[in-house]
Each structure stands twice: as structure tokens, then as C-alpha cells.
Ligand binder design. Structure first.
Ligand SMILES: O=C(O)CCC(=O)C(=O)O
Ligand SMILES: [Fe+2]
Length: 278
């Protein structure tokens, strides 16, 4: 799965946008034609799961309203291209200064020490009201959770695209989900474009006005010490895990699994040498 290289100067400008606006857009991070293939594949995987009676369980709370949309949680479990996209590629470099624990200490320098929280595909049928995706909010630039939306189809106002309130990531406030904010803007994405944003950025989605709403690959990355929403290592199994690079395995949580051994060290973190035993 080929992603575009992101050089140091683009990392710098992306970090500036993230700091200032709470989001940045990587244009054509994957080839548009590849994105469209992945959109088709998402639809097919969703169809197959539904046909086999394996519908994703709905989220609890406000996000329940998207449970009727076509979505596949943990698409990385069904398709290796999505697994590679979630766990490798230069977008991970942009997140290092934001999500890395500077005191982790057990990995080579400049390797990510944050982990994957979620990796889902969704067809943007219904509108999501303004919300944030963290349970606690920090004021200012402090950030422990980042998200990515990789457009597999065009994502616009018409196709159920994303809207954000630039700068709202520093407010340390929850948005009012009943409000449509005047300072919000639409983040129009072409197939293959990738938006990264702070999970504390006030964001929403439009309701789709067309028969074929846009698909997106929605990713969450979090600091290593945040409880993982899914046990990806168990989900994928040892054989699949071992076929991946140490960095990919780390990202899936393989070096930060809570121990069930009462005698083990309470420091939940480890280096790549732990991978021998997972
Ligand atoms: O599908 C999208 O564009 C983003 C959805 C979203 O904000 C969410 O699931 O929290
Ligand atoms: Fe969200």
C-alpha cells in the first residue's frame, strides 16, 4: 500500500497548522484511484459482514446515531491494505512530536511510542453534530489523542464530509451539540486526501445529499498510556502480528499490554524485545 512521502518541510507546515487550527490536510496522501478501489472494497466488506449477520455493535451515547450508517469497525482485521495504512507511512512522523511520551526511553530515538486506538471505515450518510472525541479536555495545546480521516471517495458538504471549528482544540470546552457554529468550515477532501486533527477539535459531519455518500478511513492514535479501545494484538493473532515490523506491532499495542502476572513490573511499557514473547 503506497503512501506519499512527507518531507521535513511538510512535517513542519503540518505541525504549524495543527497547532494553529487543530487540523492539517495532506493532499493526495494515497493515489486517488487507489482510494476509490478501497472505497469499493469497504462497501464489499461491509456487505459481506452484514450478509453473514456480523453487524458492528453500535457505539453508546451520541455516536449511536451513526449506527445506521454503513461502517466497518476494525477494518484492519479484514484487509491488509488498511492494516498497512493504519500502522505505517509518513503521517506517523507528524504525530511523533504531539503524541510521543518524551520519557518513554525504551525505543530507538524518533520512533513513535504512541498507539492505535481505532481504525474504521464509514460511509458518511448521517450528520454528526459538533462533538469532540476525548472524555476529558485539556486547555491549550496539550494533546493525547489525534484522529485521521482518509478520504476514500470525495468528502464534501454534499457527500457527508467533515466540518470543523478551526482553533477550537485549545478551548478546553465541549461544544454544544445542538448548535451549528458560525465559525465552522467545511473540510473538502478529494479521494486520497488525508486530514489529521486533534481529537479535541470541535468537529461534525454533514448529512449526505446524494445516493452514494463518501467513504472514509477513520483513524485514532493515542498516547501509549491511554486504555486501548480494542485489543488489536489478540484480534489479529500472533501469526499476523509477527509478519509486521516492530514499529507496526508497537503501534498495535504489543509492547504496552497490561500484565496478568502478579509479579510483573508495574511499568506497563516495554521495548521491541518484548515482541519475542507476545
Ligand atoms: O466520518 C467522519 O468523517 C468523521 C466521523 C467522526 O467524527 C467520528 O466518528 O467521531
Ligand atoms: Fe468525531
Amino acid at each position: 500500500m503506497k503512501t506519499r512521502a512527507i518531507d521535513d518541510s511538510e512535517i513542519e507546515t503540518s505541525l504549524c497548522s495543527l497547532q494553529h487550527d487543530g487540523f492539517c490536510v495532506l493532499k493526495q496522501y494515497i493515489d486517488p484511484s487507489v482510494a476509490l478501489v478501497l472505497a469499493k472494497r469497504s462497501r464489499k466488506i461491509s456487505d459481506q459482514l452484514i450478509a453473514n449477520g456480523r453487524k458492528t455493535k453500535a457505539p453508546i451515547g451520541m455516536q449511536r446515531m451513526i449506527s445506521e450508517d454503513r461502517l466497518v469497525n476494525n477494518i484492519i482485521n479484514y484487509d491488509d491494505d488498511f492494516l498497512t495504512l493504519a500502522s505505517a507511512g509518513d503521517h506517523l512522523k507528524i504525530l511523533i512530536p504531539i503524541l510521543n511520551d518524551p520519557y518513554y526511553g525504551l525505543l530507538p530515538e524518533k520512533h513513535p511510542n504512541y498507539i492505535l486506538g481505532q481504525a474504521n471505515v464509514r460511509e458518511g450518510t448521517s450528520a454528526l453534530p459538533f462533538h469532540v472525541d476525548t472524555r476529558i479536555l485539556t486547555k491549550g495545546l496539550e494533546c493525547w489523542s489525534m484522529q485521521g480521516v482518509l478520504a476514500l471517495s470525495a468528502k464534501t458538504k454534499q457527500t457527508g464530509g467533515l466540518r470543523v471549528r478551526p482553533g477550537s482544540h485549545v478551548l478546553g470546552q465541549y461544544p454544544d451539540s445542538k448548535k451549528v457554529y458560525d465559525d465552522s468550515i467545511s473540510v473538502d477532501l478529494k479521494p486520497g486526501d488525508f486530514v489529521l486533527f486533534d481529537s479535541q477539535l470541535h468537529h461534525a459531519t454533514f448529512a449526505s445529499e446524494v445516493n452514494f455518500p463518501g467513504w472514509s478511513f477513520n483513524l485514532t492514535y493515542r498516547a501509549w498510556w491511554v486504555k486501548q479501545q480494542f485489543d488489536f494484538c489478540k484480534m489479529l493473532g500472533a501469526k499476523k502480528l509477527k509478519s509486521l515490523t516492530p514499529q507496526q506491532q508497537f503501534l498495535l499495542g504489543a509492547c504496552t499490554i497490561p500484565s496478568s502476572d502478579p509479579l510483573s513490573s508495574p511499568s506497563m511499557r516495554g521495548g521491541y524485545e518484548l515482541l519475542e514473547t507476545v
